[in-house]
Design a protein around this ligand. Structure first.
Ligand SMILES: [Zn+2]
Length: 348
């Protein structure tokens, strides 16, 4: 039996004990470091979580009422929330500031609250706020402008037009705004036929010298003959996207042949072959490709006022609310329509 056990005096016993001790120490220090790392991560996660979760409405109420932060800091915070799209928190801050904040800033806070309601799409609430501001301070052009936008978005164009009068009294130029609202009124008036609408829009264009894109986009769609008859060649570049999508059967060659830009444009499109080159790079490439490659013009729209780029044409910029500031930027893109029609033809 003793043969299976080592004597404590045996040198092998000492070596085994030595290795067992090394193993125990290594294992213990490894486990300790792993535990410490996990605790560190936990602490860091908890620390970061404080910044990820937003204060609740009640927490905000208490924080604002305490007055530990200046009103300016709250405005900055609310503005940051609005910019990041968190309108709810921004609205909560403005609403609390209205209750406990400095009365000197009351009108400004109301305006910011109304603006945030508008951005968040709460149009009725925005309307109530702007009307409240105007009740106490009728000469507030910013509130009048936003109230006009609210009426415009709720398609109450007549109410929107009534706002133009006080704006004019305040010395604001409202020619383009009036023309735009009249055009919207015509476009949404169900008792008019498309032809009648086209005529009305043309009258608005002629009297205001504005809304070229809006009017001609509609005219080329509904009455191309009238569009060409009233076409001003100096506006050709402004209307490049509209002209590009005009059907071949609707072209007025008499007008086109009189203008070099139009000749180049429709040669690039492949409808006619009268231009060999163009000073516009994209048109020049398309003329020289001569329809051998599936390429066409692509458009994106930049606001001349705020420089924001949109993928679709617009008449009122949704960012800065300016009217008639859209400019089409052209690029060469793959012609998916051509691809699609060729694929469909191949099955026939
Ligand atoms: Zn803009």
């Amino acid at each position: 039996m003793d043969a299976f056990f080592l004597e404590s005096k045996d040198p092998l016993f000492g070596i085994i004990i030595f290795f067992v001790l090394i193993f125990v120490i290594t294992f213990f220090s490894y486990w300790l470091s792993k535990y410490k790392k996990r605790e560190d991560h936990k602490h860091l996660d908890m620390f970061l979580q404080q910044f990820q979760s937003l204060p609740s409405q009640n927490e905000l109420k208490v924080l604002i009422a305490k007055g530990e932060l200046s009103e300016k800091s709250w405005f900055l915070l609310a503005n940051a929330y609005t910019k990041s799209g968190n309108y709810e928190k921004s609205i909560e801050i403005y609403s609390e500031l209205l209750k406990v904040g400095d009365k000197a800033n009351y009108r400004d806070t109301m305006f910011l609250l109304g603006k945030t309601y508008f951005k968040a799409g709460f149009l009725e609430r925005a309307k109530t706020v702007f009307l409240e501001i105007l009740k106490a301070n009728p000469r507030t052009p910013q509130a009048l402008n936003y109230l006009l936008l609210v009426y415009e978005q709720t398609r109450d164009y007549k109410a929107a037009m009534e706002i133009l009068e006080p704006l004019e009294e305040l010395g604001k130029d409202t020619v383009v705004q009036r023309a735009y609202l009249e055009a919207l009124l015509v476009l949404h008036y169900t008792k008019l036929t498309p032809q009648q609408k086209a005529e009305e829009l043309l009258q608005i264009y002629k009297s205001s010298h504005a809304l070229t894109h809006l009017v001609f986009e509609y005219l080329f769609r509904v009455n191309p003959k009238s569009a060409w008859e009233n076409f001003d060649a100096s506006k050709a570049e402004e209307l490049i996207d509209v002209l590009w999508s005009v059907d071949k059967k609707d072209l007025n060659l008499e007008v086109i042949m009189q203008n070099s830009y139009l000749r180049e444009l429709y040669s690039a499109k492949g409808y006619i072959k009268v231009a060999n080159r163009s000073s516009v790079f994209e048109l020049d490439i398309l003329i020289n490709l001569d329809a051998k490659v599936n390429a066409t013009l692509g458009f994106e729209y930049i606001c001349n006022n705020c420089k924001v780029v949109f993928p679709f044409a617009f008449h009122r910029c949704s960012n800065c609310h300016a009217i008639d500031t859209s400019r089409a930027e052209i690029t060469l893109v793959k012609d998916y329509h051509k691809d699609f029609s060729e694929e469909n033809n191949s099955f026939q």
